[in-house]
Ligand binder design. Structure first.
Ligand SMILES: NC(=O)c1ccc[n+]([C@@H]2O[C@H](COP(=O)([O-])OP(=O)(O)OC[C@H]3O[C@@H](n4cnc5c(N)ncnc54)[C@H](OP(=O)(O)O)[C@@H]3O)[C@@H](O)[C@H]2O)c1
Length: 253
């Protein structure tokens, strides 16, 4: 089951996994876009993942159709560009519903079946912003840190049940993500950046490869690890560089 499969990274994952022979349950709100992505053996389940009834229906339909769910890819998510000290709280809560609570509640729905079969995989699509806080995306970063921490904890909780969990941390992927943000716009410098920018197809390839080797964390592109390691070793220096990018962008936009 792939959430957020109607476009972007989720749709690219659907194509890559179908090539490997997977049968897919694809979830997103837009039925028309889902149908365009779905192959003849796939199940398209239009659903708003921030609604409990929709989540339950999506999982129920997939299990009725396929018998069980082997792998859950929690990919649906959205951004929010705003200084955290003045962010619109309704939008912040909406973002957390989608980026954190929806994946957690999907996990609640699929784990009992996986535990009963003593196998399963949960792939949570976080972000490089969930490894290094980006000041133009502070609250989004916080939601992705939360998702990464959840994924690490689940791995320890569920290893004995044969269930593996993976955090995916993409850098910039050329999707419509920036057009779909819940509030605000990135500074112009950030919008134009090419740093770590990859296609959704490349991102999906890295995700599938990571799933095959049962990785713990997938950073895509792998060069993003350098950014993560630099931040761990020289946090003040990285803070200053990110501040420079943020405030330079604010002045010119
Ligand atoms: N693009 C990047 O640079 C980047 C970098 C790091 C991490 N990520 C993460 O990667 C994931 C995918 O991002 P993307 O770039 O592919 O974004 P995208 O192109 O905007 O796609 C988002 C997907 O989520 C679905 N979605 C949004 N709200 C939903 C809801 N309430 N219920 C069900 N589905 C919903 C959308 O479909 P509908 O509109 O049809 O519902 C769409 O399929 C996100 O978690 C994002 O945070 C992206």
């Amino acid at each position: 089951m792939i959430t957020g499969a109607s476009e972007g990274i989720g749709a690219a994952c659907a194509h890559a996994l179908r090539e490997r022979g997977a049968r897919l349950a694809l979830v997103a709100r837009s039925e028309a876009k889902l149908r365009a992505v779905a192959g003849s053996d796939d199940l398209a389940v239009p659903a708003d993942l921030t609604k409990a009834k929709d989540r339950e229906r999506a999982v129920h339909n997939a299990i009725s159709h396929f018998g069980h769910i082997d792998i859950l890819i929690n990919n649906a998510g959205a951004g929010l560009y705003a200084p955290s000290w003045q962010a619109p709280m309704d939008e912040v809560r909406r973002m957390y519903e989608l980026n954190f609570f929806a994946p957690l509640e999907m996990i609640h729905l699929v784990v009992p079946g996986m535990r009963a079969r003593r196998e399963g995989m949960i792939v949570n699509v976080a972000s490089i912003a969930g490894k290094v806080t980006l000041p133009w995306l502070t609250l989004y970063s916080a939601s992705k840190y939360a998702l990464g921490s959840l994924t690490d904890g689940l791995r320890m909780e569920l290893r004995r049940d044969g269930i593996h969990t993976i955090t995916v941390c993409p850098g910039y992927v050329s999707t419509a993500f920036q057009d779909h943000v819940l509030s605000g716009q990135p500074p112009e410098h950030v919008r134009r950046t090419k740093m770590f920018k990859i296609t959704p197809e490349r991102c999906a390839r890295d995700i599938v490869k990571g799933m095959e080797r049962r990785a713990r964390t997938i950073v895509t592109p792998a060069s993003g690890w350098a950014f993560v390691i630099l931040e761990r070793l020289f946090p003040n220096w990285i803070d200053r560089r990110l501040e420079d990018i943020y405030f330079r962008g604010l002045k010119t936009s």
